[in-house]
Design a binder for this molecule. Sequence first.
Ligand code: NAP
Length: 288
Amino acid sequence: MNQPSPPAQIIDGVALSQKLRSDVASRVQALKTRGITPGLAVVLVGENPASQVYVRNKVKACEDAGLFSVLEKYEATLTEAALLARIDALNNDPAIHGILVQLPVPAHINASHVIEAISPDKDVDGFHVASAGALMTGMPGFWPCTPYGCMKMLESIHYDLKGKHALVIGRSNIVGKPMALMLLQKHASVTICHSATTNLKALTLQADVIVAAVGKRNVLTADMVKPGAVVLDVGMNRNDAGKLCGDVDFEGVRQVAGYITPVPGGVGPMTITMLLVNTLEAAERINP
Ligand code: NAP
């Protein structure tokens, strides 16, 4: 008689974040003894409620780890020219090592203009074309925080990607595409899927690692996963009861997968953690 396979091991993003944030705090202290405090500027334009929560969490995480942070809040009516002038000032502010403009910005502001205005040396979100190009060519630069956090989760389970088949569902510039490039850099064979992919299940069943970054519930169900596969769930959605959930049918997939990340408590906390890491590294790079 077939025994049911044991449930997957959970990769705990909260616990891993605590460990990484305590490493960040130690390195921040080392810089402080040299008179340098890593500083992050977080810029928020408008009143988007989700954005308000995100920026508060980012500023608090900085404070907890000993980094300096400033939160600049502007009315939704701020002009693009005024925002670009503010970014220029932050680019030239020696107390600021990282700049983050919380997206989305109001519709009258072109997000690309904003992202490209940030100095690549302070682009701790890793969204600038220079950062994207650096990732693509394997040059030093800042990696986008969410896929970077996913890579740290794989590292935490000592997962060797060499020769493995990794599959990413989603091809956004901030998650899917950089995720695929990071997996490729670690020698996985990478498949990228998106809304026009036909027969997603036939592809996911071949994958050793699956990253779901779509923004739709139950994009990945147990029948789509190879036994023992590693499943990382980036998605953030609400279920019928209004509770936070991911793209993956967690209860079903955990019966098949070898490892799985929960939502909440998985990739989400890692994203902020990697923002701290990037800001610290921005300060370390100019103070070797
Ligand atoms: P996005 O820009 O909307 O991209 C979604 C991607 O999913 C697109 O490439 C889209 O394909 C693809 N897609 C849509 N429906 C699909 C389907 N049925 N099958 C396969 N692919 C499909 O979203 P994003 O910014 O990458 O974010 C993705 C999710 O991650 C969201 O839930 C977001 O809230 C979450 N997120 C979480 C964190 C975190 O810290 N945990 C950080 C960032 C994002 P096309 O390109 O063809 O349209």
